[in-house]
Design a protein. Structure first.
Length: 165
């Protein structure tokens, strides 16, 4: 019975923190997460929530440290790898982002979000290669169309990110 109560309390804590985030109260959510982590410092879900809150608050160096720690301690969890990749992608570190997403997919080959994010990284890598090719061979008539397609593919993703998807 005691284990059931503890599990229920943890579920309530997670729900409370997520509700604070949804309600646009990240400072309170972070405070609540840190209080809970003081009691259960190794809880991966609490640590993950803390990383998400830090990331959303623009404290990306701290979020990066949280997600990196989680990937090292719990490599079987795909979500920290995915969130690590998002930070790397935001910083323009596309090769690191790709590597983190590949790790997420090794952990869970059916993780659709990681597949989508990996596709987006591949598109951005293609754009980088096409831009470099255009610099090296300005007369290549195929490259402007390819660059246009890359921009078109990335535009819906940027709009979704701006909307807080």
């Amino acid at each position: 019975m005691l284990l059931l109560l503890a599990a229920s309390a943890r579920a309530d804590t997670y729900a409370d923190i997520q509700a604070l985030v949804r309600d646009g109260r990240p400072a309170q959510a972070l405070e609540r997460a840190e209080q809970a982590l003081a009691e259960q410092p190794r809880d991966p879900q609490l640590r993950f929530l803390r990383g998400v809150i830090l990331s959303q608050a623009g404290r990306t160096d701290e979020a990066l440290a949280v997600f990196t720690g989680l990937t090292q301690e719990y490599p079987e969890l795909p979500e920290p790898h995915n969130n690590l990749a998002v930070i790397h992608a935001q910083r323009g570190e596309l090769d690191k982002a790709r590597s983190a997403l590949e790790e997420a997919l090794r952990a869970n080959p059916g993780y659709a979000v990681a597949h989508e994010n990996l596709g987006d990284i591949h598109v951005r890598l293609a754009g980088r290669s096409y831009r470099r090719a255009a610099q090296l061979e300005a007369g290549n008539a195929a490259l402007p169309r390819k660059l246009s397609l890359v921009a078109e593919l990335l535009e819906p993703k940027r709009a979704a990110e701006s909307a807080g998807r």
